[in-house]
Design a protein around this ligand. Structure first.
Ligand code: HEM
Length: 455
């Protein structure tokens, strides 16, 4: 059948504003799913709209996921217009060969064989975090604490930035930077956008210093190029021995990995803590698996890769949590040429938007989708490709999957073997900004377990 080459149905809304305000409002009220469902009811799985000043096509469904994840990067590129992050040269902005090259470096850092070497350091960071921020306290705010933990882990394991003042300053600056991602771009004193720009400038100064230090260590002191991600990026050479990446490009990639690598895992861990508080039977089942592993070890012995492999039930619980509440909610791409899809045309320059969680809640793929059921991930036959997309898919599938997995499992191990907890306040709601943020930070009351190795 010849494509009609028509634009899909849908209204473009008001000039410039389009549907942006109504989508942002729905995301903040955590009713984004409903917002997209309404569109699908009205216009079907392909529709046009206008978001953030850009004409856009919304796509829905497993076939649309597959199309967006596998479409040639020269036709459909990532579309991140993050002015506050100022990032134009990082992995998420690149496509084609440039993307492949940077991605290969990242993957070489984040593959299981390399991660195995980090387990001791990861274990040590988690214990230090719990000893500093959890033990001896009656109440803690889970949301901010998980961000601190996952940021420290990524600094230590990927960037070799050890504990100390520089790391503490960076953690605050990144939180400020991220808060500005969806802020209204008004650069006046006291606006969130302005704070975010200032944070970005300070991060730049710190990371540029770090790049200079790492360059001296690499060029003059013989440090291995594989010792951390920054050294690896600055050691990349063209055939004429010139640097492949400028310092600005190294900065941008470092920033993206720091953001992508900590914000997502911290949200998964926060959702899991809430889940355990609201569902004692889920907590008990995970706790049983983790206590068994704890019993097989001598007091104070570090977790090993083999211990993490045994935590199968805990990872199924994490996967089901991600199915129902994926941290990354929708993805944006940009058409670099006219593209025909589903009998319609996606014109060059238009944005392509699709919501990841829509297939997660599709009852033809995940029966009874609102029920929390980790057994779904036990099935012999896994969900069809491109339907569970918490980590994306295709050539841009999350390179941090294994890293996120070991970090989540190790943290859950220490949490459930050391503590019990309940929510301190009734409001455990969250909004999407665009990442989920708990409105009260998720405060919990904690009680140490008698059997806890730390007591
Ligand atoms: C629970 C934790 C995580 C979740 C749910 C998650 C989810 C995702 C998703 C959905 C994408 C694809 C976005 C798109 O297609 O538009 C992605 C990409 C990415 N993630 Fe993750 N992620 C997690 C943890 C991590 C970690 C720990 C790291 C690094 C250490 C990381 C680094 C990245 C990078 C660099 C990309 C861009 C890849 C590319 O464009 O080729 N992520 N992640």
């Amino acid at each position: 059948r010849r494509p009609t080459k028509q634009l899909p149905p849908g209204s473009m809304g008001l000039p410039v504003i389009g549907q942006s305000l109504s989508l942002l409002k729905a995301m903040r009220a955590n009713t984004g799913d409903e917002w997209f469902k309404d569109r699908i009811r009205k216009y079907g799985p392909i529709s046009k709209l206008s978001l953030f000043g850009t004409p856009s096509i919304f796509l829905h469904g497993q076939a649309a996921n597959k199309f967006s994840y596998t479409c040639d990067g020269n036709k459909l590129a990532n579309n991140y217009q993050n002015q506050s992050a100022g990032s134009l040269r990082s992995i998420i902005e690149l496509s084609g060969e440039d993307h492949k090259r940077i991605r290969a470096v990242l993957v070489s850092f984040l593959k299981p064989e390399v991660l195995k070497q980090y387990i001791g350091k990861l274990d040590e960071e988690i214990r230090h975090h719990l000893d500093t921020h959890w033990h001896g306290k009656q109440e803690v705010k889970v949301g901010p604490l998980m961000k601190t933990l996952t940021f420290n882990v990524i600094c230590s394991l990927i960037f070799g930035i050890e504990r100390g003042e520089r790391r503490d300053i960076l953690v605050g600056l990144f939180q400020e930077l991220i808060a500005g991602v969806l802020a209204v771009p008004v650069n006046l004193p006291f606006t969130q956008f302005n704070r975010s720009l200032q944070a970005s400038a300070k991060i730049k100064a710190i990371v540029m210093d770090l790049i200079r230090e790492k360059r001296v260590a690499f060029e003059q002191q013989g440090a291995s190029p594989h010792q951390d991600l920054i050294t690896c990026l600055l050691s990349m050479r063209n055939e004429d021995n010139s640097s492949v990446l400028s310092d600005e490009e190294i900065l941008d990639n470092a920033k993206i990995v720091m953001i992508a690598g900590h914000d997502t895992t911290s949200i998964l861990l926060t959702f899991m803590v809430r889940l355990f508080a609201n569902n004692p039977s889920v907590y008990e089942a995970v706790s049983q698996e983790q206590e068994e592993i704890a019993r097989s070890k001598a007091a104070g012995e570090l977790l090993t890769w083999d211990d993490l492999i045994k935590m199968k039930h805990t990872w199924r619980v994490a996967s089901e949590t991600l199915r129902m509440t994926p941290p990354v909610f929708c993805s944006f791409r940009r058409a670099l040429t006219d593209i025909e899809y589903g009998g319609y045309i996606i014109p060059k320059g238009w944005q392509v938007v699709w919501a990841l969680s829509m297939t997660h809640m599709d009852e033809t793929i995940f029966p009874d989708p609102s029920k929390f059921d980790p057994k779904r991930f036990e099935q012999q036959v896994p969900a069809p490709p491109y339907s569970f997309v918490a980590f994306g898919g295709g050539q841009r599938i999350c390179p941090g999957y294994e890293f996120a997995k070991i970090e989540t499992l190790a943290m859950v191990h220490y949490l459930v073997t050391r503590f019990k907890w309940k929510l301190s306040c009734k409001d455990d709601s969250f909004s999407r900004e665009p990442m989920p943020v708990f409105n009260q930070g998720l405060p919990i009351q904690i009680t140490p377990k008698k059997s806890s190795g730390a007591l």
